[in-house]
Design a protein. Structure first.
Length: 140
């Protein structure tokens, strides 16, 4: 399911010619993201390396990966939604092997995000991979 959601985002990006429209779409995705309870916005769930405040709370159910996420910046919340579309619902064992950089290049994000946002996006991907990798190790 996750790949279909991500493919839908990629198709929408192809349809939108203007980067302002694409940014608006990312922000809309962030607005539609399921809310993260305030109680989960603790230091253990905070992602270091992001200019904005970012929290990711992984959830593993039936060896499938999912997470809740939030940020104090709307564009970053949208990027969390993009990552959710890429990773949520995948088998935990698959998550570390997903080439997030290649998938995100399909959206052109590598060319249109500031270096701070790009670093933050990499930090989120690294956190997701680390959590899924550690969880996969416990089930190996």
């Amino acid at each position: 399911m996750a790949q279909e959601d991500f493919d839908e985002i990629a198709e929408t990006f192809e349809f939108l010619d203007d980067w302002e429209d694409r940014y608006r779409h990312v922000i809309e995705l962030g607005r539609a993201l399921a809310p993260m309870p305030e109680a989960l916005k603790v230091p253990a769930n905070k992602v270091n390396g992001c200019a904005s405040q970012v929290w990711l709370f992984p959830q593993i159910d039936n060896a499938r990966f999912d997470f809740l996420g939030d940020s104090d910046a709307m564009i970053v919340r949208g990027l969390i939604a993009v990552l959710h579309a890429l990773y949520a619902g995948r088998p935990v064992a698959e998550v570390p092997g997903i080439d997030a950089a290649a998938e995100l290049r399909r959206l052109g994000l590598d060319e249109h995000l500031s270096s701070q946002r790009s670093n933050g996006l990499r930090a989120m991907v690294d956190r997701i991979r680390a959590v899924a990798g550690a969880e996969g190790d416990t089930h190996a």
